[in-house]
Design a protein around this ligand. Structure first.
Ligand SMILES: O=C(O)c1ccccc1N[C@@H]1O[C@H](COP(=O)(O)O)[C@@H](O)[C@H]1O
Length: 221
C-alpha cells in the first residue's frame, strides 16, 4: 500500500540560477550545491553557490556538499557559501559535529554514508549518536585511491539502506542512481524521508525539464 506521507526531494548538482529556478518550479524541497571534490560531475564554484543560496526563497533548503573533513575548513566553506545545510560527503572525526553545531548553531548537518555492506549500519548510527541532523545514503567509494564521494549514477544495496532507515531516529535521504524508472521501487524498498538525485534528471550534464517532470510524476503515482 502506498504511504500517505510525501517523500521530500532534493535536486543536486545545481549549476546555475536558471537550474535552481527550474528545480524549485518543479517542486524541489532542497537544492544541492557541490563544492570542490576529488571526482564527480557536479562541482560549482563557491561564488556561484553563494549566488544561488541568496536567490533561493523560503522554504527551500540549500545543501552545500563539502569534501572537507576538518571543522575549521568546513566552517570556512559554509561561511563562503551561506547554505542552510552542510552535507558532509566524507567521513569526519567523531567530535566534528559538536564543533560545527557550536560554531554554526542554525546550520543543519547531514552525514553521507556510502553504502557498501552491513558495516555501514553501525557507521550511520554512530554519526546519529554524535549529533548529525540527518543521514544521506549514497553509492560512492571512499576507499579508492581517488575517492568517489557521490555523483556516481549507481544504485547501491537498498536492503542495507532499509535497515538504516528502520533504525535511524533522524531523517534519511536516499541517493545514488535514482531516476523516474526506479524511484517508485526505491521508495517501496527503502522508505526514505527524502530522495536526492543528480544524473537521473540530467542530459549532457544539464538539468532536463522532461526528466525532472517524469521524476516528480513518478513520485505521485
Ligand atoms: O555530483 C557530484 O559531482 C558529486 C561529487 C562528489 C560528491 C557528491 C556528488 N553529488 C551527489 O551525489 C548524489 C548521487 O548522484 P547520482 O544521482 O547518483 O548522479 C547526488 O544526489 C549528489 O548529492
Amino acid at each position: 500500500m502506498q504511504s500517505p506521507f510525501r517523500t521530500r526531494v532534493k535536486i543536486c548538482c545545481i549549476s546555475s540560477l536558471a537550474e535552481a529556478q527550474s528545480a524549485i518550479r518543479f517542486g524541489a524541497d532542497a537544492l544541492g550545491l557541490v563544492g570542490r571534490m576529488p571526482s564527480g560531475p557536479g562541482v560549482v564554484s563557491d561564488e556561484l553557490a553563494a549566488q544561488i543560496v541568496c536567490a533561493t526563497p523560503p522554504p527551500v533548503a540549500t545543501f552545500m556538499l563539502t569534501s572537507e573533513t576538518n571543522s575549521a575548513d568546513i566552517i570556512a566553506h559554509q561561511q563562503r557559501v551561506g547554505a542552510s545545510t552542510i552535507q558532509l560527503v566524507d567521513a569526519v572525526p567523531t567530535d566534528t559535529y559538536a564543533q560545527l553545531h557550536a560554531a554554526l548553531p542554525a546550520i543543519k548537518l547531514v552525514q553521507v554514508i556510502h553504502v557498501i555492506d552491513e558495516r555501514n549500519i553501525d557507521e550511520a548510527l554512530l554519526a546519529v549518536q554524535n549529533g548529525v541532523d540527518a543521514l544521506l545514503l549514497d553509492s560512492g567509494n571512499p576507499n579508492l585511491a581517488v575517492k568517489e564521494l557521490g555523483g556516481t549514477g549507481r544504485v547501491h544495496n537498498w536492503t542495507v539502506s532499509r535497515q538504516i532507515v528502520e533504525q535511524s531516529p533522524v531523517p534519511v535521504f536516499l541517493a545514488g542512481g535514482l531516476n523516474s524508472a526506479n524511484v517508485r521501487e526505491a521508495i517501496d524498498a527503502v522508505r526514505p524521508f527524502g530522495l536526492d538525485i543528480c544524473s537521473g534528471v540530467r542530459t549532457n550534464g544539464h538539468l532536463d525539464a522532461q526528466k525532472l517532470q517524469a521524476f516528480m510524476n513518478a513520485l505521485k503515482s
